[in-house]
Write a protein that binds this ligand. Structure first.
Ligand SMILES: Nc1nc2c(ncn2[C@@H]2O[C@H](COP(=O)(O)OP(=O)(O)OP(=O)(O)O)[C@@H](O)[C@H]2O)c(=O)[nH]1
Ligand SMILES: [Mg+2]
Length: 268
């Protein structure tokens, strides 16, 4: 873990407390300033942590300039590209060390609209985990090519069936977690590197009995910068979901149960 800038106290978000929006970045120089400004504009009570993996395009230095100009913006410089999951775990630890009450996961590329954040935070008043969902009534997905739509729908269907989780968007990466709910999860056991991180955390939160709520979001295809999505990342998600599903079934058989879900999920 690298250097960080300091944090200053604030009153927090009503009903939720001090909220840190963690934005992982790798080569997001074209996006970082805009996303931070949009978050600060949409939800002035939150603080922002850019978790940069030493992006070759200078995203980290740009984030430093944003932090220098705004006391509620911080930067976590990490040594090199270690995947989305590792960046988030480092961001969660950063938040815990500084007494935040909740963390938000948000992509840097504008796919997750900061303007939806007040709705996610409102839902977090009565929930441990809020998932900004692309696949509940009222959600919109803009400009996504058919292959990405299919990948997301099929991936979610597979995760839902394999892991018996009543979630419409277990792969989505726009979320609020209360730190107290993350304390109930063994984050040391998290092994995903890429986007299966989202499914893994959904599964662990669900198994821990967390109150998970899904709220509709407007998701848009990135307009600038390059995607870090790769066949390897899709393959990792596939085999991990399959392995977790088989593990759950073996356990259920051993216990003579039928995979009774422990979590509570409500839709708005
Ligand atoms: N710190 C860090 N951030 C990463 C890493 N990989 C991806 N990210 C960030 O994670 C977020 C999601 O990555 P994207 O490339 O947008 O992935 P995606 O949304 O599946 O792909 P697109 O739809 O093509 O945008 C972005 O903010 C990336 O910069 C990584 O290894 N380290
Ligand atoms: Mg993206």
């Amino acid at each position: 873990m690298g250097e960080t800038t300091g944090t200053r106290g604030n009153g927090g978000h009503p009903g939720v407390g001090r909220v840190l929006v963690v934005i992982p970045t790798y080569d997001e120089a074209d996006n970082v300033a805009q996303i931070v400004a949009r978050v600060r504009g949409a939800a002035p009570s939150v603080e922002v942590l850019v978790a940069d993996d030493n992006s070759p395009d200078g995203t980290g230095a740009l984030a430093d300039a944003l932090a220098a100009a705004d006391a509620r913006v911080h930067v976590l410089h990490r040594e090199g590209k270690q995947g989305l999951g590792a960046a988030y775990l480092a961001g969660f630890a950063w938040a815990r060390e500084r007494g935040f009450d909740a963390v938000v996961e948000m992509d840097a590329d504008g796919s997750h609209a900061p303007e939806d954040l007040p709705a996610l935070l409102a839902a977090a008043r009565d929930a441990d985990v809020v998932i900004g969902s692309r696949w509940v009534r009222g959600a919109r997905v803009l400009n996504w090519p058919l292959r990405r739509l299919l990948l997301s729908r099929c991936g979610n269907l597979y995760a839902r069936l394999a892991l018996k989780m009543p979630l419409s968007d277990a792969t989505g990466g726009y979320r609020v977690y209360r730190l107290a709910a993350l304390d109930e999860i063994d984050l040391q056991s998290v092994c995903s590197q890429g986007y299966s991180f989202q499914v893994e955390l959904s599964r662990l939160a669900h198994r821990s009995g967390a109150r998970i709520v899904e709220v509709p979001i407007t998701f848009a295809e990135r307009e600038r910068g390059s995607s870090k999505m790769s066949p390897l990342i899709v393959a990792e998600a596939l085999w991990r979901i399959s392995a977790w599903g088989m593990q759950d079934r073996r356990l259920a058989v051993r216990r003579g149960l039928h995979g009774t879900p422990t979590g509570q999920v409500r839709w708005p």
